[in-house]
Design a protein around this ligand. Structure first.
Ligand SMILES: CCCCCCCC/C=C\CCCCCCCCCCC/C=C/C(=O)SCCNC(=O)CCNC(=O)[C@H](O)C(C)(C)COP(=O)(O)OP(=O)(O)OC[C@H]1O[C@@H](n2cnc3c(N)ncnc32)[C@H](O)[C@@H]1OP(=O)(O)O
Ligand SMILES: Cc1cc2nc3c(=O)[nH]c(=O)nc-3n(C[C@H](O)[C@H](O)[C@H](O)COP(=O)(O)OP(=O)(O)OC[C@H]3O[C@@H](n4cnc5c(N)ncnc54)[C@H](O)[C@@H]3O)c2cc1C
Length: 664
């Protein structure tokens, strides 16, 4: 059989309706139609070509990004694309650009932290891109510790202005995307100083560059921070460095929804919690969870298609060799990643709902769900990005040697994705925030305040710390109630154990620092419980299409039992399950791999990714991998000449010397 036929044969084996699964994956028929239309639009537009990206110099890559962004903006206007369509276009263009920070952080910061008046002044200009903004929070010396920022904004009552200043080297703004070469404006986070008194970190809108000739305004030093990890990848973004030398801005450019400074220099706070200054980060963390499912599904699509095409060993009587996807080891590494992609998709949808809900409440001055929204966005951002970064690298290894080629698409995907574990909050720092939230929840048990939302299970802590898992046979692990209780028991027991250990310290902060590694593990257990429970909830919905729900049930079970197997130590050491039950879970997992095997190609087809978006020879839809790899090699610049540049200077003299030596 020709390699090109392998995937067609695989597609015939599918045990469900792929077209219906595409709609489940997209979230709705409407979302599917937009995604399908926009992805084709991007794939057919020569300006959005990206197959040469990793070969470009930094300067050429950056210019290419500017061209793509300008073209994207032109198409958005010409075609009158809606916000959802524009975001979809950005996703399929697949090149980080300054526009991400303008739309993804600058505008949300003004919307979330600006007063009505400030929104009316700035947002129309920003929406029309008459100004371009970025989010300038992190400094050379401080990123995670936002309260440690050093940039100052001193109020000058004489002129009714703030004076923005970088007092030290470490106070230089460092990292903001879009800042280096493009942004005309920034939301700058700085310490508010009035009459010598420090009121902590606040956001200010500051113009950085002239709207006439783009030169930096007086008192501003700005540039790019330099090359980052990998070729292509995040180097399309102008992450920047910025220093202020006593730059003056009008008083009304402090974002004043949370707190205000009056003309007389009086500092006033609204009823709104101070934490809303961190609100933009909550918004973006929520979007990063959905992005994780996209990046993961893309890597999994490549590795799955290639694993069905690739054959090694096992030929019998001259017949074909075994498809590597049929090796149990390949399945046990790949199929949980496929299941994770679906799991992250559904938890991302739920988180979007949670964020919309909290936003609505905040508008009505109900701040009660803010701590949970912060814990969920922080924790799920952390767990899904860490898992996705690891998974992309695993997919590269699953593709053997060819996975290391740039044309597999996996090296660049890895390089562009991994900073997600760091930006919008280092993943460990964020898990420690979740742990604080959990310890607070445990400490309030028995106080009459019942935990709600994602911590509602803690309300059954007495049962969860004593219950015995009922599994006796492998198939018992297929019951959602059994899975859920095991995950709840593990999470509750780990949190309670941490709380008990903490209570032994006379200084709680010292105790928290000492126990932080255990606390992070308890936070991970809590977040994994959320993901599993949201997958199970999704399956309680009406899901049409032949075999679709059944496939999703299989994937849900694979995801849960894979986690259980991976974290068996937690489940057994907390007594949530016995070693025998752990072994039965693994037995069931093996059976589930066999069950899902016939449908895996169709399950990745359901992502509906174009070859342009995948950007991978190994993952192309027709599976014609070898011919394409062979053809691609000849396109490399090194192959433009048969004899390489440098031959006469560096190779020939050695060869000649060798000949001379041989004669001696
Ligand atoms: C190619 C062209 C195409 C063109 C197409 C055009 C069209 C495009 C259209 C759309 C495109 C949109 C694309 C969007 C893409 C977005 C991409 C984004 C890229 C991301 C780039 C990266 C940006 C950044 O990294 S920004 C900087 C992020 N920095 C951080 O995350 C810092 C992390 N640190 C912190 O968050 C905090 O300092 C802290 C929480 C760790 C500690 O803070 P501290 O004040 O010290 O707090 P603590 O004492 O621990 O807590 C005090 C109480 O506050 C509570 N709390 C903390 N944080 C929050 C919060 N965020 N919300 C609510 N509450 C919070 C905490 O729990 C404590 O509460 P308690 O009750 O007192 O215990
Ligand atoms: C590609 C990229 C784009 C970015 N874009 C922007 C942007 O647009 N705007 C912006 O303002 N910023 C941006 N950032 C900055 C980013 O938000 C910070 O780098 C991030 O928040 C991490 O902070 P840090 O660099 O200070 O890490 P650090 O806090 O210095 O982390 C170093 C190590 O210390 C550990 N650590 C730190 N604190 C603790 C603690 N309390 N307990 C235990 N361990 C701890 C961390 O886990 C980590 O291992 C970007 C960063 C990157 C890489």
């Amino acid at each position: 059989m020709e390699a090109v036929d392998y995937l067609a044969e695989e597609r015939r084996k599918a045990e469900f309706d792929v077209e219906e699964m595409k709609i489940v994956w997209a979230g709705s028929r409407h979302a599917y139609e937009i995604s399908d239309r926009v992805s084709r639009l991007v794939a057919s537009d020569p300006v959005f070509r990206k197959d040469n990206r990793t070969m470009l110099s930094r300067k050429d890559l950056f210019k290419d990004t500017l061209r793509k962004a300008a073209h994207a903006w032109k198409r958005i206007i010409e075609l009158r694309l809606s916000e959802e369509e524009a975001k979809t276009l950005r996703f399929y263009v697949d090149q980080p650009a300054y526009t991400d920070l303008h739309w993804g952080m600058f505008i949300p910061a003004i919307k979330g932290q600006g007063t009505e008046e400030q929104q009316q002044k700035w947002l129309p200009m920003a929406y029309k891109m008459q100004i371009i903004g970025c989010y300038a929070q992190t400094e050379l010396g401080h990123g995670s510790n936002v309260q440690g920022l050093e940039t100052t904004a001193k109020f000058d009552p004489q002129t009714d202005e703030f004076v923005i200043h970088s007092p030290t080297l470490t106070s230089s703004k460092w990292w903001p995307g879009g800042l280096g070469k493009v942004s005309t404006h920034a939301v700058v986070y700085a310490r508010l100083i009035i009459d010598g008194q420090d009121h902590g970190v606040h956001g200010f809108i500051v113009q950085l560059r002239s709207l006439d000739d783009h030169s930096p305004l007086p008192g501003i030093t700005v540039g790019d921070v330099g090359m980052k990890f990998g070729s292509g990848a995040y180097n399309s973004m102008d992450n920047g460095v910025l220093r202020f030398d006593h730059v003056r801005i009008p008083r009304n450019q402090m974002l004043m929804r949370v707190s205000q400074v009056t003309r007389e220099g009086k500092y006033m706070q609204s009823d709104v919690p101070r934490q809303l200054v961190y609100g933009t980060m909550v918004y973006v963390r929520q979007t990063i969870v959905s992005d994780a499912s996209r990046a993961l599904s893309r890597a999994v699509c490549i590795a799955t298609r290639y694993s069905a095409v690739r054959r090694q060993f096992g030929s019998q009587n001259g017949g074909p060799e075994t498809q590597v996807i049929n090796y149990k080891t390949q399945q046990s590494r790949l199929f949980p990643l496929l299941a994770s992609a679906y799991a992250f998709k559904f938890v991302g949808e739920w988180l979007k709902w949670l964020y919309a809900d909290v936003t609505q409440r905040l508008e009505a001055n109900d701040f009660s769900t803010l701590p949970e929204a912060h814990a969920c966005t922080a924790g799920l951002k952390s767990v899904t990005t860490s898992a996705t970064a690891d998974a992309i690298e695993e997919c590269r290894k699953l593709c053997g040697g060819h996975g290391y080629l740039s044309s597999s698409g996996l090296p660049e995907l890895f390089a562009v994705y991994i900073p997600a574990c760091t930006y919008e909050g280092d993943n460990i720092v964020l898990l420690l925030q979740v742990a604080r939230f959990l310890m607070k929840t445990v400490s309030q048990l028995g106080s009459g305040k019942n935990p709600v939302g994602t911590t509602a299970y803690m309300g059954r802590v007495e049962h969860l710390t004593q219950c015995n898992c009922e599994v006796q046979r492998a198939e018992d692990w297929l019951k959602p109630s059994v899975i859920l209780e095991a995950f709840e028991a593990r999470a509750a027991r780990m949190s309670v154990a941490c709380a008990k250990s903490l209570s032994k310290f006379s200084n709680p902060e010292e105790g928290f620092a000492e126990l932080s590694a255990d606390l992070v593990e308890a936070a991970v257990a809590h977040c994994q419980l959320i993901i599993v429970s949201k997958f199970i909830e999704k399956l309680q919905q009406d899901i049409p299409g032949k075999g679709v729900k059944r496939q999703l049930e299989t994937l849900c079970n694979i995801y849960a039992l894979y986690l259980l197997h991976k974290h068996l130590g937690d489940f057994i050491s907390t007594g949530s399950i016995s070693p025998k039950q752990g072994a039965l879970a693994n037995e069931q997992l093996r059976l589930l791999y066999s069950q899902v095997r016939p449908s895996v190609i169709a399950l990745v087809d359901a992502f509906n990714y174009t070859d342009h978006y995948l950007g991978s020879i190994l993952g192309c839809y027709d599976g014609n991998v070898y011919q394409k790899l062979y053809d691609e090699a000849w396109k490399d610049p090194l192959n433009e000449t048969v004899v390489p540049d440098g031959y006469h200077e560096y190779i020939r003299p050695i060869l000649k010397q060798h000949i001379r030596n041989a004669r001696l």
